[in-house]
Ligand binder design. Structure first.
Ligand code: SF4
Ligand code: SF4
Length: 362
């Protein structure tokens, strides 16, 4: 059975398959003309590579996110595209049988996906043990043998997320491998949880071209994490007009910019504004919630409280941040626009009340 036939047999039409390939081609920054080539490459390169998926200090939200994928469906992904040999949440096997499947796969040319952070050292190993074995040791063993490591979610990428805010301060997988001189390529796919299309697109890219996509300094694919959310936000026009939501209960403010409610959009790199969640149903800001910055290493510990204006957004005349600092935070032309806009807003007196209220809270 051809690879496309395999998709078709699980309810994905040729049209949907080509739509997925077109979206993947666009996300990877390739011209539209490349879509047939990408589709052809995916079809011929798919050889059901074995995958080991490990869980560390996390909430299983990234697995839940992947299970909700619609195009392709999770059945198609598991049955036709990948060969997931070990995944504690979805595998039918348990105990020694599952452990044997894990050990056997270590001898193959496999991809390692890690969900969750890891205790930084032997002293804190007791906080994350699986089957009596420190998770830290399992990751080191599997990563040293894998062809590539894909870290999904904020916990695995940066040691961030909810476990990252706890006292034992776990670390991300890339940091763990660097500390132990393991040079297996690492691809970081943060967000809390990872977006299914980001993971699937990255896997397709890797399987098609047999190489790691272009990454930023945090090892995130530029295709998905190269754009500032604030620059593409549907509420950017409200920001430019100085309309900042202050009262959740005022219907007139419901579409206003969420900066004063803690929005981290001006320092968050993600494609959330362009590629919405749940098969493009919606995303945080469009649903009325400020961005929590979950694609950034500072999430969650440094970005809390999530619904309060952050110090980094205080500007000349209204708070502690000066224009130079704003330049560091958002950079380049955006900084100029942001600074000029907010200075004008301050001049009009629109932010003063918010700032004094915030200072009272602080
Ligand atoms: S601050 Fe947040 S809500 Fe306002 S425009 Fe920027 S990203 Fe959108
Ligand atoms: S909009 Fe912000 S908080 Fe929401 S998923 Fe995207 S990066 Fe995370």
């Amino acid at each position: 059975m051809g690879k496309t036939d395999a998709f078709l047999s699980h309810g994905v039409s040729r049209r949907d398959f080509m739509k997925l390939m077109a979206a993947t081609t666009a996300a990877l920054g390739l011209p539209e003309l490349m879509t047939p080539k990408v589709a052809q490459a995916v079809e011929s390169a798919m050889n059901k590579p074995p995958v080991i998926w490990l869980h560390g200090m996390e909430c299983t939200g990234c697995s839940e996110s992947l299970l909700a994928t619609l195009n392709p469906s999770i059945e198609s992904l598991i049955l036709d595209t990948l060969s997931i040999r070990y995944h504690e949440t979805i595998m039918a096997a348990s105990g020694h049988v599952a452990e044997q499947a894990y050990k056997d796969t270590l001898n193959e040319d496999f991809i390692l996906i890690v969900e969750g952070s890891v205790p930084a050292s032997a002293e804190t190993d007791a906080y994350c043990m699986v089957g009596g074995v420190p998770f830290r040791e399992t990751v080191l063993e599997a990563a040293s043998k894998a062809q590539a490591v894909i870290c999904v979610g904020s916990c695995a990428t940066d040691g961030a997320g909810i476990p990252g805010a706890c006292e034992i301060a776990p670390i991300g997988i890339r940091e763990l491998l660097e500390k132990n001189n393991i040079s297996t390529p690492v691809i970081n796919l943060p967000c809390c949880p990872v977006k299914p299309n980001t993971l699937i697109g990255t896997l397709f890219y890797y399987l098609t071209f047999n190489e790691v996509p272009e990454l930023d300094e945090q090892a995130r694919p530029i295709a998905y994490y190269g754009k500032l959310l604030h620059d593409n936000c549907p509420r950017r026009g409200q920001f430019e007009m100085g309309n900042f939501l202050e009262d959740w209960n005022d219907p007139a403010q419901k579409d206003y910019c969420l900066l004063l409610k803690g929005c981290k959009g001006p320092k968050t790199y993600t494609d959330c504004a362009q590629v919405w969640w749940n098969d493009n149903a919606n995303f945080c800001i469009n649903a009325g919630s400020p961005c929590s910055g979950c694609s950034e290493a500072d999430f969650y510990g440094q970005f809390s409280p999530l619904y309060s204006k952050q110090e980094n957004f205080k500007l000349p005349g209204i708070g502690q941040v000066n224009a130079d600092t704003i330049g560091v935070v958002v950079g380049g032309a955006t900084a100029v626009g942001l600074g000029a806009h907010l200075v004008a807003t301050v001049a009009s007196g629109r932010l003063k009340n918010n700032d004094s209220e915030q200072e009272k809270e602080d």
